[in-house]
Design a protein around this ligand. Sequence first.
Ligand code: ATP
Length: 315
Amino acid sequence: MRSYSLIAPAKINLYLEIIGSRPDGYHELAMILQSIDLSDQIDIHASSTENIRVYCDHPQVPIDQSNLVYKAAALMAREFPKAFSNFGGVDITIKKHIPVAAGLAGGSSNAAAVLVGMDLLWNLGLTQSELEELGASLGSDVPFCIGGGTAIATGRGEQLSPLQSLDNLHIVLAKYRSLEVSTPWAYKTYRQQFGVNYIQDSEGLAARASAFHSEDMVKAILNKNTENIAQKLHNDLEKVVLPAYPQVWQLRELFASQPGVLGTMMSGSGPSVFAIVESQNQGQIVKERIREAIPDEDLELFVTHTIKHGIKIAQ
Ligand code: ATP
């Protein structure tokens, strides 16, 4: 086959705790990542040239070498030079539906789709853990995006322990289209303000990461207890992003005050905010209420749900 179309889902963070600094300059994290039914489509076509070309008509997405899908394809070409010389380069088209710079890992999921797609296109037969290892060199969220579902992520987010998947948790998601939060800015600001509280020694960091595996949020997920999950939502980055972005803070407050909302939280480094609701119907009602309260066209709203999978071939 000369081309593949892949579904690349977004993720939300049900939990994000910053536990310390790492010698490589990244943060040591304890997170729970969850795929949602809001996806981009990535079409990959073997071009029989030496080029990697990226096509995307979304104004916020670069189509040059800075695009994560370009980086993913270039990595595959470097790692598998024989396949590259046999099959040639690729044309990659991104059909963007995931809000950009939103804390939803859109770029990471697109890169994960390219790794999976090129593995298929070049008949490499890589295992999921081999793909995850390649993904980790592109970005901390890329390994999770490959398999998706529900997982504990520690280290800088690349060390994954899959959990029993939470499918059909109903979600309302909101993002101001024109508002972008830089992930490096959020972590840097957090370090400046809260770095004194970090666990300093490597034993302490390892102990915290290991204790996290049996904490209440993990138990709530294992028990599929939606109310407990909603009550245990946590994101340390809210402490720096919400004060700097009052619009996001107001949005979160508005979600929290809606009947039928079980819990609400910013995802990743923001600025998207999501709410867990009881049913899809309730999700529609909450979405309409938020729309009435904030008629601003710049605010994008989605009713979605959690899913069990990461990258998959489009039907
Ligand atoms: P994360 O949650 O992993 O931090 P994010 O959802 O906050 O990611 P992205 O949507 O991945 O952020 O975009 C971050 C920046 O990366 C954007 O400003 C965009 O210019 C750039 N970018 C590079 N490649 C892509 C891509 N394939 N899709 C979206 N943005 C991309």
